[in-house]
Design a binder for this molecule. Structure first.
Ligand SMILES: NC(=O)c1ccc[n+]([C@@H]2O[C@H](COP(=O)([O-])OP(=O)(O)OC[C@H]3O[C@@H](n4cnc5c(N)ncnc54)[C@H](OP(=O)(O)O)[C@@H]3O)[C@@H](O)[C@H]2O)c1
Length: 242
């Protein structure tokens, strides 16, 4: 579907154990795709944050982008659907005809485990529609990535982000048991700094300890690369600028 913007050799291992991708924003947007390679991407939660940046990058690369959010806001040029992604009707409308679905939703005040509830609804809609490719934005500290964090950071992360991480853990469980072609990305702290075009993606067995931060723009660029990368299917990748 996509022309790879990173050297194929960098992605040759199934574990994607230590991918360092010196890919610039502009390189992603000028990837040498043909019209036939453009795909339909649905972003659940693309009205702002990482999802909106991913929507913009995907549009620049020539892809067709649908965004589902409660506000109905979305980058110009996308197909915006207004609705709550826990609503099966809205979810079905958003994933219909998609080649790839990306979940980038955050939490909501007064709603327990919203990320997990959204993700379960989207998975059910994908299964009903026969859409197989799913990429989900979780967080560093979720699942088995917690044990890879240095002890002091693990403690602070749990204290500060305990509720969010519990939601992400439940979200990841829904993803990993979905039977879909899934990839989970677990970014370090998100910033709105100017993207550097460089990031590190580590699988569970990768060497190194990603922590610190990553600009949302770099995360979005990395996710765009991952969408069509078969070697990431069934993997949870920790992402940081380090
Ligand atoms: N902040 C960090 O340092 C950090 C680090 C690691 C991971 N994360 C995780 O990364 C994820 C994304 O964070 P972000 O800051 O990039 O994005 P964000 O600013 O939190 O945006 C979340 C998006 O989800 C949409 N949304 C929320 N609930 C929805 C619902 N029920 N139905 C449809 N759309 C919904 C929002 O749009 P509407 O409000 O219009 O619905 C918005 O577009 C979060 O899950 C967060 O936990 C954050």
């Amino acid at each position: 579907m996509f022309a790879p913007a990173v050297a194929p050799g960098a992605l040759a291992t199934t574990e994607l154990s230590a991918l360092r991708a010196p890919v610039s924003f502009s390189k992603t947007s000028t990837a040498s795709t043909t019209k036939e390679e453009f795909v339909k991407i649905t972003i659940i939660g693309g009205s702002k944050g990482t999802g909106a940046q991913l929507a913009s990058l995907a549009l620049q690369a020539g892809h067709s982008v649908t965004v589902l959010s409660r506000s109905g806001n979305a980058p110009a040029g996308t197909r915006a659907i207004t609705g709550n992604a826990t609503d099966p009707v809205a979810a079905a409308e958003a994933v219909a005809g998609a080649d790839v679905v990306v979940v980038t939703v955050g939490g909501a005040k007064g709603v327990n485990h919203q990320r997990a509830a959204v993700t379960r609804t989207i998975i059910a809609a994908m299964q009903a529609a026969g859409v197989r490719r799913l990429v989900v934005q979780s967080s560093l500290g979720a699942g088995d990535s917690a044990s890879a964090l240095p002890a002091p950071i693990r403690l602070i992360t749990q204290l500060v982000l305990g509720r969010a991480l519990a939601d992400h853990n439940e979200q990841e469980l829904a993803v990993t048991t979905s039977g879909l072609d899934w990839t989970v990305v677990r970014p370090a702290g998100l910033t709105n700094k100017v993207p550097s075009g460089t990031w590190t993606a580590l699988g569970a067995t990768g060497e190194g300890k990603p922590y610190g931060s990553i600009p949302r723009g770099d995360l979005a660029a990395c996710m765009l690369e991952i969408l069509d990368n078969d070697s990431t299917h069934g993997s949870a990748l920790s992402l940081s600028s380090r």
